[in-house]
Design a binder for this molecule. Structure first.
Ligand SMILES: Cc1cc2nc3c(=O)[nH]c(=O)nc-3n(C[C@H](O)[C@H](O)[C@H](O)COP(=O)(O)OP(=O)(O)OC[C@H]3O[C@@H](n4cnc5c(N)ncnc54)[C@H](O)[C@@H]3O)c2cc1C
Length: 340
């Protein structure tokens, strides 16, 4: 049997807040492992808005979600975090005196002296329409995200949805498509006004089509799409298509972490604001997953929570030792790591 990896701190969630925790724990002298169900780091910033500019990171006037994740990874790198991607945390056993073990869906178990839940909105998964034929087409000709835009060159594309992702991709893919139809159930859109204006101008110019309607079915064989079936106002119609991109938003689900015996408020974990510790000593919750009076779901709030969490976590990891607060400008631990 493979040896169980252990760690001083296990961070569940490699979103921006989980990544910054590596740095803050590292500054306190605590080594961390980070696990995420996704195949890459960055959380919402990378999954939901990699190219959108963020304007409220202190001292960075503008940075995209993807670039922020890159910089957080670079900032954490001197502390050598060990990453476990494609791993969904499921169970938590143990306590702060004897150590914790987190069990993952794959069977992996990681032992840790403290556990930091930075699971954000939970397991990020696209919302899917209830079409019985969907599984036959999914990832073959029906997609819920675009990883490689070039795959759609020269295709007849139907984009379904009325939010930012739907409009952004419709606008970007239309010039390279054989045809592109945007299908949305109503005339109003949730997307940015500038994107809606651009889409309408492209429709006007004949660069894409817009159809009002709700998706009702998919037609084709062996996973190859021939047409999307839609309905509006009692009329059912088909749109010829080689590919269909569906953007109905994302469903966040805290999942099994809700059963870890932590005091919850709905889907969020209650914490104290002195150290962002949960009702279970040694288990912390920071970022979008935690709640307390006045909580704001902002990246900068998560960064602050990570800093205070680390000050308390080190007391559990190395009890009895004296821990002095140090600025990064004079931190001996940090400077030694940066010299390597
Ligand atoms: C469109 C959009 C625009 C935004 N713009 C801004 C902005 O301008 N400024 C700002 O401050 N904030 C903005 N936000 C909010 C910001 O993205 C979040 O506050 C931030 O991502 C929270 O970070 P996090 O690390 O707590 O959680 P997340 O980014 O949600 O990351 C959590 C990670 O945990 C993982 N995870 C969850 N459950 C498990 C599990 N059981 N096992 C393993 N891994 C798990 C997830 O896969 C995910 O990678 C925006 C959000 C959206 C959607």
């Amino acid at each position: 049997m493979a040896a169980r990896p252990d760690s001083e701190a296990l961070i569940v969630g490699a979103g921006p807040v989980g990544l910054f925790s590596v740095f803050e724990l590292g500054m306190a002298g605590v080594a961390a492992r980070v696990a995420d169900i996704l195949p890459r780091a960055g959380g919402q910033c990378v999954e939901l808005y990699p190219d959108k500019p963020i304007y409220d990171i202190p001292a960075i006037p503008e940075i995209s979600g993807g670039a922020l994740a890159e910089r957080l990874l670079a900032q954490a790198a001197p502390f050598d975090p060990q990453f476990h991607f494609n791993e969904a945390a499921q169970t938590l056993s143990g306590d702060v005196e004897n150590g914790f073990v987190v069990g993952f869906a794959s069977g992996l178990e990681v032992a840790a002296k403290v556990v930091v839940v930075a699971a954000g909105g939970g397991l990020i998964a696209p919302k899917k329409p209830p079409l019985k034929e969907l599984p036959a087409f999914e990832d073959k000709s029906v997609f819920f995200a675009v990883r490689d835009p070039e795959l759609f060159n020269g295709q007849r594309i139907v984009v379904v949805g009325g939010g930012d992702s739907a409009l952004d991709w419709a606008i970007e893919l239309a010039p390279q498509a054989a045809s592109l139809t945007l299908l949305h159930r109503r005339e109003e859109f949730r997307a940015a006004a500038a994107s809606v204006a651009k889409m309408r101008a492209m429709v006007e110019a004949g660069a894409m089509d817009f159809r009002l309607g709700q998706i009702r079915g998919l037609k084709g064989e062996n996973g190859r799409l021939d047409a999307v079936v839609a309905a509006h106002g009692g009329e059912t119609f088909e749109i010829a298509a080689d590919a269909c991109l569906m953007f109905f938003g994302l469903a966040g689900r805290i999942g099994p972490i809700a059963d870890w015996g932590l005091k919850m408020k709905g889907p969020l974990i209650e914490v104290d604001t002195a150290a962002f510790e949960t009702s279970r000593p040694g288990v912390f919750a920071i970022g979008d997953v935690c709640t307390y009076p006045g909580k704001l779901k902002l990246i900068l709030s998560g960064f602050h929570e990570a800093a205070l969490m680390a000050r308390k976590a080190v007391r559990y990891v190395r009890p009895g030792e004296h821990h002095r607060f140090e600025h990064s400008t004079s931190s001996a631990i940090l400077h030694e790591k940066l010299r390597r």
